[in-house]
Design a binder for this molecule. Structure first.
Ligand SMILES: [Zn+2]
Length: 472
């Protein structure tokens, strides 16, 4: 299951598993309380196994854990590890090793958990989820939907095709047997009534759902049916159009194309109307993963040259090749389509703070992996957080999207989301205060992953190895 190429990482992982006892004491750190928006000075964080055992004033704790390995974090900031709530592993079985090689990129960038939002390599992802959980593989904790639900003969590979309620029931049985963490549903060829049935039935079974909603349905209707998370902010632009139902019906009747419908939602967006809808969606309990940075990359492919991106050196040749699809599609766009894409992105930037104001939980996610060009695993999450702050969120609000809302969505708030006793020892040690500037999340001095300290030298070694594997 673990390829020869991963041998060095495997050695790392077994070394970690061999340790036990109160292993690590991070001393004189400033602890970042994301929920409270506070930085608490001169704290010690005691780590045992993969769990935080105690957090408190350094002078009180340091005497208690004398045998632990001591790390001096004077002048440094300790915060929970970052969660990327929308990633993909895909591109076909021949890209298995290249996909596996993405895991260290997340870790080296402080992303200690990822939510896989389905692609065509579900068996690999399920294997990696188990291998990371059992500490046989060094990587972020993985939550996965397994294969997604789609209609018959969709554009996407590796899906479970459903067209009747009985097929949905059977698909959910299969997914539950795989112990998936949530259910992903997309709308390429899925019939709207089957979409609603799948959302409702998944909810009845206690499964969270994440979706691309069919245009024929209003977002309100999908949320009323029980949808748990909406992927991509453009669906919130759609929800903010007073003409949402009418444009969706025209698309469903074949009178307009998908692209025309999308443009019509953007052009008819009304901020006052949207604010009301967002409050209703918040009451419906839905979360949103905006993937704002991906939207920005795609919108500006016409004017930004990515061929010299530093991130490219860490991506294998097969995955790099999958980027061409988006680039080629973008190159075919007419000037009018390009202008419309810019307009849509600019509107997305306005919509994000409206969602926060309405009380909708925002989950930071990148859409990184394959196909989605120039959105680099690990680095992409920091870019995403930059976009949020540019859009008007405070650094604290941005950090919340990457540390608190994800665990809450997946029912893991008891284990993640703060630097406190009993929580997972997935931590970042930063050189600067992320509550002051979001750029500080990039100033990574060390990562604690499942209780194991990876200092800057170890992180750099992982990156060098990743570059070598990618053939650069
Ligand atoms: Zn995606």
């Amino acid at each position: 299951m673990i390829g020869a190429g991963a041998a060095s990482l495997l050695a790392f992982a077994s070394a970690a598993a061999a340790q036990s006892g109160p292993d690590l004491l991070i001393r004189h750190a400033t602890v970042v309380d994301v929920a409270g928006g506070r930085a608490i000075a001169d704290q010690a964080v005691a780590v045992e196994g993969d769990t935080i055992r105690a957090v408190g004033p350094d002078r009180t704790l340091s005497g208690k854990f004398k045998r632990a390995r001591q790390v001096d974090a004077r002048g440094k900031f300790v915060m929970p590890g970052l969660w990327d709530m929308h990633v993909h592993f895909g591109g076909g079985p021949e890209l298995t090793e290249e996909n596996r090689a993405l895991l260290p990129l997340y870790v080296a960038n402080g992303v200690t958990t990822v939510r896989d939002a389905a692609a065509d390599l579900a068996p690999l992802v399920l294997d990696m989820r188990a291998a990371v959980a059992e500490r046989r593989l060094l990587g972020p904790t993985i939550f996965t939907s397994g294969p997604k639900l789609e209609g018959y003969k969709p554009l996407w590979k590796g899906t479970i095709e459903v067209g009747t309620p009985a097929e949905v029931d059977a698909a959910l049985d299969r997914l539950q047997a795989m112990k998936v963490d949530f259910v992903k549903i997309t709308d390429n060829t899925l019939k709207p009534d089957i979409f609603l049935y799948a959302v409702g039935e998944a909810k009845r079974r206690g499964l969270k759902t994440s979706a691309h909603t069919p245009y024929a349905l209003t977002i309100r209707k999908a949320v009323d049916a029980g949808l748990s998370s909406i992927e991509h902010v453009d669906y919130l632009i759609k929800a903010g159009s007073p003409r949402e139902a009418e444009i969706g019906a025209a698309f469903a009747a074949g009178q307009i194309t998908y692209g025309e419908a999308s443009d019509a939602f953007t052009d008819s967006f009304d901020a006052t109307y949207a604010a009301g809808v967002y409050r209703q969606l918040a009451r419906g309990g839905v979360s949103v993963t905006p993937t704002l940075n991906m939207g920005r990359i795609l919108a500006y492919l016409d004017r930004e040259d990515h061929s010299k991106d530093a991130g490219l050196s860490y991506i294998g040749p097969g995955l790099r090749k999958t980027y061409d699809w988006r680039v080629e599609r973008a190159a075919k766009a007419t000037p009018q389509q390009v202008a419309e894409r810019h307009k849509e992105y600019e509107l997305s930037v306005r919509v994000l703070p409206m969602l926060v104001k309405a009380g909708i939980p925002i989950m930071a996610g990148t859409d990184a992996g394959y196909l989605n060009s120039f959105n680099y695993p690990g680095w992409g999450l920091h870019d995403e957080l930059d976009r949020y702050v540019e859009a008007g969120l405070t650094p604290q609000q941005a950090l919340t999207t990457a540390t608190i809302t994800g665990p809450r969505f997946l029912g893991r708030a008891g284990r993640y989301g703060s630097v406190s006793a009993g929580k997972a020892a997935d931590l970042l040690i930063l050189d600067a205060n992320p509550l002051r500037s979001i750029k500080a999340t990039r100033a990574i001095n060390a990562v604690v992953l499942h209780g194991r300290l990876l200092d800057r030298a170890a992180l750099d070694a992982m990156l060098t190895e990743a570059k070598r594997k990618a053939g650069r």
